[in-house]
Design a protein. Structure first.
Length: 298
């Protein structure tokens, strides 16, 4: 009887211990799930067409954290892309597709500067595909990407142009906010731009920075200590005619050259985002022959 009593008591205590352990494990797992960093997904598909004398939306679809506003505009369809997630971090995935149909005019910009925050794990990936039909005009004018310390981002932009298509494109990055005393001493940024006309490559460029980015940008042959950079491209029949005016507008830290008769390439460096914008705005206004979207001045 004594042995049976001991066995029963031991089993009860073991059961209570096991139950407590299971409850603690469940609470820990629930807490881990609650505090795990969310992953943002977003997608956009947009195309335009010519209707009489105006450009109009042909197809439009968004999902996830990507939203779009369409301000009233007489000369083009203007799309302002918003990332409701508030920025980018490791594991985020965004896919954007914009197509200007024959004879239409499409302007795509962003509500504000995008932000790439420190990544705990993984890489934030953005994939964008643009296509411009014969007689169409597409202005790709996103505001700058601000890269914070520890960010990890892989951004790729592919463009397909038909003969007779016109493209004005800008992509800019700012590594830390100088006014806030920020520097990027660790991180990884890969930014690729590939443009094809009639299926033949006409432009390919990649910025690939890793490790101590501030130290690398301090090198004379890379950034000479400047923390903001922009690439501007103009593909179309007016590219060559714009070259003298663009060169007259550029600061000493900028340069422009014709890759081909109809492809103008511009690279700009600046100390911070304010000085970069101050140099960019007049250049883009010449290339687009119009004022920039209002979101650029907010």
């Amino acid at each position: 009887m004594r042995d049976s009593y001991l066995d029963t008591a031991m089993l009860k205590r073991a059961g209570r211990t096991l139950g407590a352990t299971l409850r603690m494990t469940h609470a820990f797992l629930a807490s881990s799930k609650a505090t795990a960093a969310p992953r943002s997904l977003g997608a956009l598909k947009l195309s335009t067409k010519r209707v009489g004398e105006r450009s109009a939306i042909d197809r439009f679809r968004t999902s996830g954290s990507t939203k779009v506003a369409f301000p009233r505009r007489a000369d083009a369809v203007e799309a302002i892309v918003l990332n409701t997630a508030g920025g980018l971090t490791g594991g985020d995935r965004f896919e954007l597709s914009a197509q200007a149909g024959p004879g239409s005019h499409l302007v795509v910009t962003t509500q504000a500067a995008e932000r790439a925050y420190r990544s705990q794990s993984g890489v934030a990936r953005i994939r964008t595909h643009l296509s411009v039909a014969d007689g169409a005009v597409l202005h790709w004018l996103p505001q700058e990407l601000i890269v914070f310390d520890g960010a990890s981002i892989d951004r790729q932009l592919d463009v397909d142009l038909d003969p007779g298509a016109t493209l004005v494109l800008v992509e800019s990055m700012v590594f830390g906010r100088r006014a806030m005393g920020e520097t990027v001493t660790q991180g990884r940024v890969r930014d690729t731009i590939a443009i094809r006309r009639n299926d033949a490559p006409i432009y390919w460029d990649r910025v690939d920075l890793g490790g101590n980015i501030a130290e690398r940008l301090a090198r004379p042959a890379l950034g000479a200590g400047l923390g903001a950079l922009a690439t501007v491209l103009c593909c179309g029949p007016h590219a060559e005619a714009c070259l003298p005016r663009i060169r007259a507008l550029l600061p000493e830290t900028g340069g422009a050259s014709l890759v081909a008769d109809d492809v103008l390439s511009i690279r700009l460096l600046a100390e911070d985002s304010f000085l970069l914008r101050r140099a960019l705005v007049p250049v883009l206004e010449v290339l687009t022959a119009t004022h920039l979207p209002k979101s650029w001045s907010l």
